[in-house]
Design a protein around this ligand. Structure first.
Ligand code: CP
Length: 315
């Protein structure tokens, strides 16, 4: 694996899932793999789980993780080629990234979309410029369109929980939210579940909330949430803003929030969410605090997914 920014970077999803579970069973089994190596962690946007789990993962491998909050402490970066830098940006990524490539052995980056211009966001300019100019492996800590460390964690968690021989039915269910959120978690979850190929995958959302078919192709898509939930084994709850008419909120219908009543149609499904979650907007207290929720297990598995990725890149 050269970089980790998409499911397409992983040759064998089963193998990296098993690697994450092996690290969970024995976190320090490769404690010298990262000796004398440095992992740079650049944040252009906030984070709790991704930051802490990746730092712990690097530490478990014996590597040093250095966090740089570019958004608060760094020079404002320019990403456009041939930009005339007479505005607010101070340093071009073309100058900054090669320096980081000499300071670090792996470069991890979090960068959110603007949600203003679909073509710009979906070009993944920021992360691609770091790949182009740093000269070292780049790991996405969530980009404009994808969140691969989260999705790998999600597959690891499903694999860990699911003990039956048949394929699980996994439902990605849109939820209301007060803010316009990126599509990246939903895109990424869809991309990974489809690439994994070991589930019956259904996506349910209100009309006009269709995601990019590049990620959802292969899934069954329905606007009828009750129908989608029937016999589900896992329900992955997530809000996203509209993709076609980019970055808008068309509805906040609270009827889309998952409840114990709706869960009666499932096959005793486990409920997942990447977190942070708006309680009683996206997901009810009764679900989050009840036995069907596996969100804490899911978030704790972030360490092992990150360790599997960093471990692979350090070998
Ligand atoms: N799920 C997730 O990426 O959480 P953070 O934004 O806290 O890192």
């Amino acid at each position: 694996m050269r970089n980790f920014v998409s499911a397409a970077d992983v040759a064998d999803i089963d193998s990296i899932v098993q690697s994450a579970l092996a690290y969970k069973a024995d976190p320090l089994k490769d404690r010298t793999l990262g000796a004398n190596k440095r992992v740079g962690m650049l944040f252009l946007n906030p984070s709790m789980r991704t930051r802490l789990s990746t730092q712990i993962a690097a530490q478990n491998l014996g590597a040093e993780a250095i966090v740089f909050n570019v958004d608060k402490e760094g020079w404002a970066l320019e990403f456009e080629e041939e930009a005339i830098m007479s505005g607010n940006t101070v340093e071009h990524v073309k100058d900054a990234a090669p320096i980081m490539g000499r300071y670090f052995d792996i470069l991890c980056i979090r960068t959110f979309p603007s949600l203003k211009n679909k073509e710009d966001d979906y070009s993944e300019l920021y992360i691609n410029q770091f790949i182009k100019y740093s000269g070292i492996p780049v790991v996405s800590l969530e980009s404009a369109t994808l969140h691969p460390l989260q999705s790998l964690t999600d597959i690891v968690t499903i694999q860990e929980v699911w003990k039956e021989k048949r394929k699980p039915k996994i439902v990605l269910s849109w939820a209301p939210h007060v803010k316009a959120l990126p599509q990246c978690v939903a895109n990424s979850f869809s991309q990974w579940v489809n690439a994994w190929g070991k589930a019956d995958f259904v996506i349910t959302h209100p009309e006009d909330y269709e995601l990019d078919t590049k990620f959802t192709k292969g899934a069954t898509i329905t606007h009828n949430q009750d129908e989608a939930l029937k016999d589900a084994d896992f329900v992955y709850v997530k809000n996203w803003s509209t993709y076609a008419d980019y970055g808008k909120i068309y509805t906040n219908d609270p009827e889309w929030m998952l409840t114990n009543e709706k869960m009666k149609a499932t096959n005793g499904a486990k409920v997942m969410h990447c977190l942070p979650v708006r309680r009683n907007v996206e997901l009810s207290d009764e679900i989050l605090d009840g036995p069907s929720s596996i969100v804490t297990q899911e978030a704790s598995n972030r360490v092992w997914a990150a360790q599997a990725v960093l471990g692979d890149l350090l070998r």
